[in-house]
Ligand binder design. Structure first.
Ligand code: ATR
Length: 275
């Protein structure tokens, strides 16, 4: 059967093997999907060895997303804009094709939860690789404005400049950046893309941040709500964690490899039960 894997370092915690096993079973695909801990200093070697051993494709996670970008012979446009990839495909022509599905995963999950992005005032917290990777699909969803706030303000300002201006059919999305001190609100959708939740930390957020019917989304997930979602929930916001994004980005990778779209809802439910 066809071989796939996820490369990371460490990679033991990855939920991807479980998700793709569920997809493969559901879609009747003869494939295997394993976790491989690639050496930090030789990601390219690990990928080429995997291909030589019959590998058809791979996911790439921390800390190899930029390495994945460099190993690619052909990059999708959204991957080029993101500067990083999470999906590799070994093409029939022997070349390595690369794409990033995190942003589509985020937008699909927001849609699955009934969140309207078209015309919305969006705030993204953080300006690292994870945020850069989702900006293109978020902007394609047609928000009225998109503001990026970051602890290091200059990073938010320069990231915003990279993605501004955006011509989206009839209208242009205003893309701006700042530190947390300049934040006011209200915003319709606030997306936490910082790694602060990992350490149980919260960026300094003003009380005026969320609109009355605002939605708070954390790209992280855990068995219990993150501190950011707890903060938002206490202020009346609807809260969504990143488990659905994880499953949706996986579904998009699966589609790139197998040309079949799995039904994500039952897989999301299964993973939720297993948290
Ligand atoms: P990732 O791949 O997760 O995006 P990264 O590129 O290192 O990793 O970016 C981490 C992001 O989380 C950055 O926006 C970082 O803010 P700085 O650019 O100011 O470093 C943010 N971050 C990490 N820890 C944080 C904390 N305790 N409070 C606020 N922001 C934090």
């Amino acid at each position: 059967s066809d071989r796939y894997c996820v490369f990371g370092h460490p990679v033991g915690h990855s939920r991807s093997p479980r998700i793709h096993a569920l997809f493969a079973e559901q879609c009747g695909q003869a494939m295997t999907y394993e976790a491989i801990e690639a050496p930090r200093e030789d990601f390219a070697g690990a990928w080429h060895a995997f291909v030589a051993a019959g590998g058809c494709g791979a996911n790439v996670t921390v800390p190899f997303k930029e390495e994945g970008y460099r190993v690619a012979d052909v990059l999708s446009q959204r991957a080029r804009r993101a500067g990083a990839v999470n999906t590799l495909i070994h093409g029939r022509d022997g070349r390595t094709y690369a794409d990033t599905t995190d942003g589509v995963g985020l937008v699909r999950d927001l849609e699955a939860h009934g969140v309207t992005l078209d015309g919305a005032r969006i705030l993204v917290l953080g300006a690292g690789g994870a945020v850069r990777g989702v900006l293109d699909p978020l902007l394609a969803a047609g928000p009225q404005s998109l503001h990026i706030a970051n602890r290091t303000a200059e990073k938010a300002v320069s990231l915003a400049a990279d993605f501004h201006p955006q011509e989206r059919g009839q209208h242009q999305t205003r893309v701006t950046g700042s530190g947390y001190d300049a934040l006011e609100g209200p915003f319709d959708v606030v997306i936490n893309g910082t790694s602060a939740s990992l350490g149980g930390e919260l960026p300094p957020l003003p009380e005026t941040l969320l609109a009355a019917d605002g939605v708070a989304y954390d790209m992280m997930y855990a068995a219990d709500p993150t501190v950011f979602l707890q903060w938002a929930s206490a202020r009346g916001a609807r809260t969504i964690d990143g488990l659905g994004m994880l499953v949706e980005q996986a579904a998009e990778s699966f589609f790139l490899w197998r040309h079949v779209r799995p039904d994500t809802a039952p897989v999301r439910d299964t993973l939720r039960r297993e948290l």
